[in-house]
Design a protein around this ligand. Sequence first.
Ligand code: UDX
Ligand code: UDX
Length: 459
Amino acid sequence: MTNILCIGAGYVGGSTMPVFASHCPEDRFVVVDINEARIEAWQSDQLPIYEPGLEEIVRQTRGKNLFFSTEINRNIAEADIIFVSVNTPTKTFGQGAGRAADLQYWEKTARQILENSSSSKIVVEKSTLPVRTAEAMERILNSNGSGLHFDILSNPEFLAEGTAIRDMQNPDRVLIGGRETESGRKAVEKLVGLYASWVPRDRIITTNLWSSELSKLVANAFLAQRISSINSISALCEKTEANISEVANAIGRDDRIGRRFLQASVGFGGSCFRKDILNLVYLSEHYGLPEVARYWEQVVLMNDYQEARFASNMVASMFNTVAGKRIALFGAAFKANTSDTRESPALAVCRALIEERADLVLTDPHALDNACDDLKDLGGRITYEIDPYAACKNAHAIAILTEWPQYAQLDYEKIYQSMVKPAFIFDGRNLLDHKKLYDLGFNVYPIGKPPLTRLVSMG
Ligand code: UDX
Ligand code: UDX
């Protein structure tokens, strides 16, 4: 039996460890966190995160070979392998503020591991970190003078929220980076062995530490780049007669380009894309490559532009003012099937419309609590409403900000009747049937397609 500990019971730790536990019944998995309320939630029927399929796996494994605990020190002492998945937000202060990763939790965790260890261990970086963090971790851990040896591995996370369990059960690849020393190779083999309980061997890639760390940043940068690329073209489509769905389909049919991640939207969100790209930008600058830094920075700037453009199109289409107008915002989560609102474009749109003094009502099936927390500085200027029909009552406009499939199933005729006329729909995810909405009487503004409106253009 191997004792495996995960420090950090967030989205990453909380969705990977239950899957490990279900495939490795001989081993013991403990997930710890400094946040007591979070651990209590993991022990209850009301899990702290919403992720399809997660509840079932937790129910099967919890109390058998999966445990949630706040006793960090004791569990460190007992562990053979320690995964670290604590958060690594972007620095808000000092050198690299706004771009570099804030590594204080990481370093604190490294020291805590050292203080509580009386045997050698494998420490696995699961958090996304700047390249060469593993090296710093290695120095801290192996500077102990007690004869203990720590092998540091990098095992980046490629899970997408909303499909995290499916991705973990059936990954495209698992990436494990380690040192090319005898003990490093043994540690890599140990972790490969754990994954090989259910992942085919040819999908487990082993590399050196830095390639592994960098690959995570680059994978997210490439994914985000595709979205910024298609979003930049959506702006062009709106000025011409081209249609972004037709363009995406036409280019995506080329195998070399591929169909996925070409959905134009109000912007990308999530805890990773922005942070990882800014990390790449910082790293490039640090190594004296300003041209490389500017190249990748543009992916983030294009996303900021797309969010701002969406909000200003709303204002422009609604006769250049939304002050005092009730607007129903559909979706707070950064994508469908998650309660996560980190970096959600919905929040950016909310803030932009509040600046314009709109009277906002925000609805979302799973993310309202998080949104309310993120926007608490705006006080009573936003109403939160779980029922989309109630949100639309007396509204001038609806904006679709998250592609929850249930929003495509609503009775828009009933909604239209309850709204102020002329009624507007701004579809930031191209989720709805635009022609049908237009026929019901709505003025419809998709992304990257000509608007369907009976109003005479003001511009
Ligand atoms: C986080 C990072 O955001 C991501 O970059 C990285 O790849 C993995 O870790 P996530 O699991 O989504 O992803 O973050 P979050 O849900 O914030 O969970 C982190 C948890 O670590 C929190 O529950 C926090 O309380 C805990 N934590 C943080 C500790 O237990 N100890 C600490 O010192 C700091
Ligand atoms: C991402 C990576 O996909 C995953 O591999 C990594 O481990 C963590 O970061 P995640 O942020 O959970 O996962 O979601 P993802 O599906 O990548 O979507 C990110 C954002 O891009 C969402 O806001 C989504 O709505 C948006 N998006 C995605 C688009 O706007 N268009 C697309 O075509 C795809």
